[in-house]
Design a protein. Structure first.
Lengths: 112, 114
């Protein structure tokens, strides 16, 4: 069984740029969620995709957007990067209705 | 708005001790509760999932309990080992589809002294 994988593992961007993070869900999972974790904090829910549609969103501005593909992999896009966007971005996959979430190793984004 | 609190924020104990980590949540209408482990700079590893209808779950030296009515969960670690050193996070979910996402506490940073 393949686990959740994320790429890249580390990324440095300049303020104002755009970034795309990628996630491959665990085999058999049809739901992908994204979280932002600032240093010393718990992860914060960004949004969730199910069957290629966003079906839930946390308190994040529209410049955070995403996609889910037919194979259930997903992308997180962040436009107009701000210094406060520096964080560990985590992807989680699950089977709808089952509840248990499995996380990838994360992408460390640094905005300078 | 749901809030999840974990106590203590940090804990350092000698190897071999049994210990309890606490998690409380303000809204008892949860669907499930999940405990995770996070090593520095890494992703989250799922330890135990408790459905709202369950009282506890066990995996090896770990036991998690849930008291939904009082808004509390505990993670019990038996015979602690240095390899247990990590941050432990508690998260609650509200719907089976997870469309509200998980709400996390800030975690308990655990150090097991050899």
């Amino acid at each position: 069984e393949t686990g959740v994988t994320q790429s890249p593992t580390h990324l440095i961007k300049t303020r104002g740029q755009q970034v795309t993070l990628r996630c491959s869900s665990q085999s058999g999972h049809n739901t992908v969620s994204w979280y932002q974790q600032a240093l010393g904090q718990g992860p914060q829910f960004i949004f969730q995709y199910y069957r290629e549609e966003e079906n839930g969103r946390g308190n994040f501005p529209p410049r955070f957007s995403g996609l889910q593909f037919p194979n259930y992999s997903s992308e997180l896009n962040v436009n107009a990067l701000e210094l406060d966007d520096s964080a560990l971005y985590l992807c989680a996959s699950s089977s709808a209705g089952q509840g248990e979430a499995f996380f990838g190793q994360g992408t460390r984004l640094t905005v300078v | 708005k749901q809030e999840v609190t974990q106590i203590p924020a940090a804990l350092s104990v000698p190897e071999g001790e049994n210990l309890v980590l606490n998690c409380s949540f303000t809204d008892s209408a949860i669907y499930n509760l999940q405990w995770f482990r996070q090593d520095p700079g890494k992703g989250l590893t799922s330890l135990l999932l408790i459905q709202s209808s369950q009282r506890e779950q066990t995996s090896g030296r770990l036991n998690a309990s849930l008291d939904k009515s009082s808004g509390r969960s505990t993670l019990y670690i038996a015979a602690s080992q240095p390899g247990d050193s990590a941050t432990y996070l508690c998260a609650v979910g509200y719907s089976g589809g997870g469309a509200d996402g998980l709400t996390f506490g800030k975690g308990t940073h655990l150090i097991i002294q050899p």
